[in-house]
Design a protein around this ligand. Structure first.
Ligand code: PRP
Length: 179
């Protein structure tokens, strides 16, 4: 375990098993379709890479990069688009893949932006759901794990751009971010 971790919240094995379960559901729910799987950079990259390799339906891949701006540590509700999709989604089945839903601002805004482009459907897949922190009324369609309000790192999630490469999800030691 990394020395900045207080403890491991989710092991590689737990994550792998649960990602397989979610992939199984997607394979069944999207049978006969070719969804566009949209990864939201950067936090989702590890989850995204593992998830798409467990899908046996045909898929197309695309990415968006967004950041919330405003004051404070909770996202403000304003979303800045840093990278948009490469292709038109009109009439497409879109699956948004995110690492974490917290206040819900990011996914609520993203869903609205994508719906304005007249896709056939938009569904949300998240690895982690910090459900206690929700401010906006939005729920993911597929969620791997509900978690408490703790500072999680690893498996794509960062603190100050570090720890994304850890293969498990850990709780960051408070002394690391309170320095
Ligand atoms: C994280 C996460 C979501 C957002 C969730 O992104 O990937 O996009 O915060 O928070 P919300 O539900 O309160 O809006 P972050 O800004 O940390 O960027 P990153 O994916 O590049 O790490």
């Amino acid at each position: 375990m990394h020395h900045d971790c207080e403890r491991i919240l989710l092991t590689q094995e737990q994550i792998e098993n649960r990602v397989q379960e979610i992939a199984d559901r997607l394979n069944a729910d999207y049978a006969g379709k070719t969804p566009l799987v949209v990864g939201i950079l950067k936090g989702s990259i590890v989850f995204y890479g593992d998830l798409i390799r467990k899908l046996d339906i045909p898929v197309e891949l695309d990415f968006m990069a967004v950041s919330s701006y405003g004051s404070g540590t909770v996202s403000s509700g304003m979303l800045k688009m840093k990278k948009d999709l490469d292709r038109d989604i009109k009439g497409r089945d879109v699956i948004i893949v995110e690492d974490i839903i917290d206040s819900g601002y990011t996914l609520a805004k993203l869903k609205k932006i994508l719906y304005e482009r007249q896709p056939a459907s938009v569904k949300i897949v998240v690895l982690l759901d910090k459900f206690e922190r929700r401010v906006v009324a939005i729920e993911p369609d597929y969620s791997c794990f509900d978690i408490e309000d703790e500072f999680v790192i690893g498996y794509g999630l960062d603190y100050d751009e570090k720890y994304r490469n850890l293969p498990y999800i850990g709780i960051l030691k408070p002394e690391v971010y309170s320095k």
